[in-house]
Design a binder for this molecule. Structure first.
Ligand code: CAA
Ligand code: FAD
Length: 379
């Protein structure tokens, strides 16, 4: 067992670290305050090849491995989780599914511009009454011969407004339950497709989260991903990789807060010495460092399994479950170490604490990760 990164992986990590410092850090507080989508930064991330990281170069991607993806997600998320969620969704939930299950024509038309970062994608599974219980899809895709007629509402869609390409799960044959669900590629601007207002959120406020409405949207049959009725399994297999992305996002939020806490503890003086000289602070930092390292190893293990072509469903759920809890614990302690300064926006840790919470909710809540893990354990 080797715990070493390759030269290439270290270079990719360094590129992401520098990008986060030079491009994401300036303005991150203002974007959070004003809920501003990091559009220019995402364009540059596309130019660096970070929006189609694991896609083969044949389809406009960078051909990197999942380990590199974890490293990039951690570095970007240390600074701006609103930007990193775009990277996660585009890579894991959109490009991955298109490359793995798309036809050649779908790859040429949709995957290529998404992998190059010329366009952004969205993944649309959740509905007002179907979140964790994802098989209860109310959105319908009625088979009309050469096309599906799409009707319904999707909730909480990341990149809801900034995307051009949407993968939408919808029920075609309710009698077949989850085996009657299809995954359809929907384009922005298709008649009958409208986008709701941006959600006003606690965290990742720069990310644009919207509900989507579909009224008699004609989606050509050639836009279906996989065989008829494959949509739910498409969503589940895609989410296995997505959870590596969100686990790494949680890891980055935790390590970003931890680095700030270490630095601050060495500068802040109380009772004639730095607070880093107090064992109370030292023990907090020791616990934070240990938990972050454990979360990192879980993320890397899941990515390694994926790279090896081995099953990684349980590993990605474990990584997300643990890393998201670590993100909450570490960010709360980082605020504590900053004292009153931690409670104001200029010191970044309060934002990281707010951003951490979503990692326990989206791409399957912590309770859902426990369901996935326990089913594997009891198999
Ligand atoms: N791979 C392949 N197939 C899978 C699978 C997987 N990982 N997981 C389940 N399936 C299959 C099952 O084998 C079953 O098929 P068969 O009947 O043919 O065997 C079918 O899917 C239904 O599975 P279950 O019986 O396990 O279904 P369930 O109703 O018990 O639900 C669940 C399972 C794991 C709870 C699932 O509903 C789930 O993951 N819910 C959470 C939804 C979620 O994560 N949403 C995220 C939305 S995207 C997002 O959030 C993005 C973002 O924020 C940025
Ligand atoms: P519910 O499913 O109603 O859950 C409520 C509570 O009940 C939770 O604590 C849950 O864990 C618990 N619970 C439910 N069922 C069980 C059970 N069987 N056992 C134990 N506990 C259970 N979705 C997309 O499709 N695409 C996106 O891009 C996307 N982006 C998002 C961005 C943001 C900012 C947010 C907030 C959400 C996003 N989501 C997206 C939706 C997200 O995946 C759902 O919110 C999540 O899956 C939970 O669903 P829900 O909100 O309906 O909660």
């Amino acid at each position: 067992m080797y715990f070493e990164f390759t030269e290439e992986q270290m270079m990719i990590r360094q590129a992401a670290r520098e990008f986060a410092q030079t491009e994401l850090k300036p303005g991150v507080i203002e974007r959070d305050e004003h809920q501003k989508f990091p559009g220019e930064q995402i364009k540059k991330l596309g130019e660096l090849g970070f929006l189609g990281m694991m896609v083969s170069p044949e389809y406009g991607g960078s051909g990197m491995d999942a380990i590199s993806y974890v490293l990039v997600m951690e570095e970007l998320s240390k600074i701006d989780a609103s930007a990193s969620v775009v990277v996660s969704v585009n890579n894991s939930l959109v490009c991955f599914g298109l490359e793995k299950y798309g036809t050649e024509a779908q790859k040429q038309k949709y995957l290529l511009p998404l992998a190059k970062g010329e366009k952004i994608g969205a993944f649309c599974l959740s509905e007002p009454e179907a979140g964790s219980d994802a098989t209860s899809q109310k959105t319908t895709a009625v088979d009309m011969g050469d096309h599906y007629l799409l009707n319904g509402v999707k909730n909480w869609i990341t990149n809801g407004n900034s995307a051009s390409t949407y993968i939408v799960m919808a029920q075609t044959d309710a009698s077949k339950r989850h085996n009657g669900i299809n995954a359809l590629i929907v384009e922005k601007g298709m008649p009958g497709f409208t986008i709701g207002a941006k959600e006003n959120k606690m965290g990742i406020r720069g990310s644009d989260t919207h509900s989507l409405m579909f009224t008699d949207v004609k989606v050509p049959k050639e836009n279906r991903l996989g065989d008829e009725g494959f949509g739910f399994k498409f969503a589940m297999t895609t989410l296995e990789g997505g959870r590596i992305g969100i686990a790494s996002q949680a890891l980055g939020i935790a390590s970003g807060a931890y680095e700030l806490a270490v630095q601050y503890s060495k500068e802040r003086k109380a009772f004639g010495k730095t607070i880093a000289d107090l064992q109370a602070t030292q023990f907090k930092l020791a616990d934070m460092a240990t938990e972050i390292e454990a979360a990192r190893l879980l993320c890397l293990k899941a990515a390694w399994l994926k790279d090896k072509g081995l099953p990684y469903s349980q590993a990605s759920s474990m990584a997300k479950l643990y890393a998201s809890d670590v993100a909450m614990r570490v960010t709360v302690e980082a605020v504590q170490i900053h004292g009153g300064y931690g409670f104001v926006k200029d010191f970044h840790v309060e934002r990281l604490m707010r951003d951490a919470k979503i990692t326990q909710i989206y791409e399957g809540t912590s309770e859902i990760q426990r369901i996935v893990i326990s089913r594997e354990v009891l198999k």
